[in-house]
Write a protein that binds this ligand. Sequence first.
Ligand code: PHE
Length: 350
Amino acid sequence: METRIKTLGDEVSRYKISNRDEAEQFRLKFLSKKGLIHILFEEFKTIAPEKRRSVGKILNELKTSAEIKLAEWHEREETEKTRQAPSSYTPDLTLPPYPFDLGARHPVSIVKKRITDIFLKIGFTISEGPEIEDDWHNFGALNFPEDHPARDMQDTFFIDFAVEGVPARNSYLLRTHTSSVQVRVMESRKPPIRTISPGRVYRNETISARAHCQFHQVEGLYIDKGVSFADLKQTLYYFVRELFGEHTGIRFRPSFFPFTEPSAEMDISCIICGGAGCNVCKHSGWVEILGCGMVHPKVLENCKIDSYVYTGFAFGTGVERIAMMLYGIKDLRLFYENDIRFLSQFRSAL
Ligand code: PHE
């Protein structure tokens, strides 16, 4: 029996399978119910018990080698099929393509650009400055006296590190407004100055639907001979009408800022309810959108500009607040969560 198993083993290994028919013939001849290997297994049942072990082993090996041979052929055929697939595949060119997801501008960037574009049209330039500021540019030059409660108006993140040659404590901070950039502009340029400074600012506030520890501002500055409050009002009327539309109502309320005198806050009629009263305007019909005023003579002097010759106005507005008005967004936190469901809604505003 062993010799027959061995001869059959040789036959199996020499057998050439090159197509589907030959594979089937191979299977019938060796591996089917009536195949040669099966017959040997039947015979195996009758052999002497002491031979069982050795014969059983080579018989099993024979069966396995035949099975492997057949399986290998099937595998080869599969790979061959997939390799040939592209040539037999005719794409349907009329099908719509897979959607291609484009990114979009962030709503804060969209609104920041809309605001700056309005001022660029009337001759303002754009100036930028550092987000980490010193006390002088954020407060000192802007007439916030040391230890004056006015500093509490803006809860500040101080940076508590020592730098060589600089007094150690609280010398640096994250800017609380971009008025700091305007100080830098006044220090380095001669009037006439007509510039806006867009940028990110930081305040130590508890994060809620209406407040955040970071937001964006666009602040403006105009300094020349004979600039008056009438120029300030006219510029801001133009700005509001360009941004919110011809029929937007505007009103000024007296206010206080250390760096402007007189100071005002400007409200517009609520664009959500048209002035009738709603949640956004707290049922008053008006929404505050910016602070403004005539640059304080002390600020001009701090920046080496002669306050007897020059006057100027300044204003500052929050980008997120305007975006909330324009798009009817009710929660400030949405701007910083990077939720694609929120951001993708601004795709068409590119
Ligand atoms: N800097 C002020 C703020 O951050 C805004 C402002 C700018 C007010 C210029 C008056 C003039 O709130």
